[in-house]
Write a protein that binds this ligand. Structure first.
Ligand code: LLP
Length: 414
């Protein structure tokens, strides 16, 4: 995996041995590789070369300011879903005029904040949201640029919790209703119709559903043009999958090819909103074995990271490879790799064959996306540190939380 490799029997992040990071910064600790981030971004860049295209990194996948800043410096735009994410993008030096705002529940305050910042587009997901946005933009003396996020009713063939483009999902405007809503949007004084958006799900490994969705979006663009509504951009969302275990995701260029083929010769600006594909394999979660416990039925490797640090296994039964940082002489056994949280669902991996001893370090791989971003303080566990490695240098890009931060802002009654 780019950015992480064994050298002399020790797992490194770029040039830095992971035991050194653990000694310096403690565990659990997220470790990211700058080179891995840059290489994925460049892969998208090559696939889209020569097109009028904008990559809007989906901030929700990993919203650390340092990572946002790297993408901002590379020229990325951003896909946000909250006022908090907008604030992060601005704090990280992102260009608001390259920001799209997705999400089904935008508040009046968030709309105002985004209008004031001057974002590129609101991806509107309902008639009620459109009406609210028109009102807020009117109060602000502005016209809000919008795309309707249409729900193409395509099965992305992924985990049901992360599929978003089916008719039964809460996302987007029903395909059959989009034309009428566009017509209405075009009459609203404080709305400027600029584009169309669609996002069908996440961790997609097969390019066919995305290409099918793009086809449906383009058909709608044609109908809109016939109705006198000309669009300037087409946003096809994110969702490109990565390898966690033995998946064989297509290269970015191959994933995009059937989509780009349909778009040949068109004048609209093209947007994508990748999250996981940019950061997922550029990060790992470094954790230390606290105890080995040999139960009656199973062996447990109890580590110092838990579901509050990396929720994906507990939430989706997701697989993350778990590698020994420094494979040693311990006897091999099959372990449940679990954390200290008081829930049976608190596991990082089931039935992993590992040769570990207490005190050993493990690396939970492919944790750059939806890892730290979904972490919590459950069980009053301070959140992990985050370290970004660049060659032989390592930077703390988020300090480990302390006890004081755990209950800052809480009050007891007098
Ligand atoms: N655009 C929109 C409108 C989205 O809802 C999402 C993700 C993305 C872009 C980025 O999708 P990506 O390229 O990362 O697949 N927590 C889950 C994933 C939830 C994805 C939610 N939406 C996980 O850990 O697998």
């Amino acid at each position: 995996m780019k950015g992480f490799a064994y050298r002399d029997g020790i797992l490194h992040a770029e040039e830095v041995p992971l035991p050194e990071l653990a000694a310096r910064h403690g565990t659990p600790c997220y470790v990211y590789s700058r080179a891995a981030l840059a290489s994925r971004y460049a892969e998208f860049g090559r696939a889209l070369a020569g097109r009028d295209a904008l990559l809007c990194y989906a901030v929700k996948a990993n919203s650390n300011l340092a990572i946002l800043n790297l993408f901002a410096r590379a020229g990325a735009g951003f896909d946000i879903v909250s006022g908090g994410e907008l604030a992060r993008v601005l704090a990280a030096g992102g260009d608001p005029s390259q920001v799209v705002f997705s999400g089904v529940g935008k508040t009046a305050g968030e709309m105002r904040q985004a209008l004031d910042a001057g974002i590129f587009c609101f991806n509107v997901e309902s008639a009620a949201e459109l009406e609210r946005l028109n009102g807020i933009a009117g109060q602000a003396g502005k016209r809000a640029p919008i795309a309707l996020r249409v729900n193409p009713d395509v099965d992305p063939r992924t985990h049901p919790y992360i599929s978003t483009g089916l008719r039964s999902n809460k996302f987007g405007v029903a395909y059959g209703e989009a034309l009428a809503l566009y017509r209405q949007a075009a009459t609203l004084p404080h709305i400027e119709v600029t584009g169309i958006a669609c996002h069908i799900g996440s961790q997609l490994l097969d390019p066919a559903p995305a290409a099918e969705a793009a086809g449906k979006v383009l058909a709608l663009v044609g109908q809109l043009a016939a109705a006198g509504i000309a669009l300037r951009h087409i946003d096809l969302g994110g969702g490109i999958g990565i390898r966690y275990r033995d998946e064989a995701p297509p290269a970015i260029a191959d994933y995009l090819a059937p989509i780009l083929a349909q778009l040949a010769g068109r004048g609209e600006k093209l947007l994508f909103e990748p999250g996981r594909a940019l950061v997922g394999n550029a990060g790992l979660l470094l954790t230390r074995v606290e105890y080995l416990k040999h139960g009656e039925e199973k062996n447990f490797a109890i580590v110092d990271a838990a579901m509050n640090d990396l929720m994906r296994p507990a939430l989706y039964d997701a697989w993350h490879d778990i590698l020994p940082v420094q494979p040693g002489a311990a006897a091999k056994a099959e372990y449940e790799v679990v954390g200290p949280v008081c829930e049976s669902g608190d596991f990082l991996g089931h039935a992993r064959t590992l040769a570990v001893a207490p005190g050993d370090l493990l690396a939970v791989m492919s944790a750059g996306a939806y890892g730290m971003a979904m972490s919590s303080n459950y069980n009053s566990r301070p959140r992990a540190a985050e370290v970004l490695v660049d060659g032989d240098r390592a930077f703390v890009v988020r300090e480990r939380e302390g006890i004081a931060q755990l209950f800052a802002g809480e009050h007891v009654l007098n």
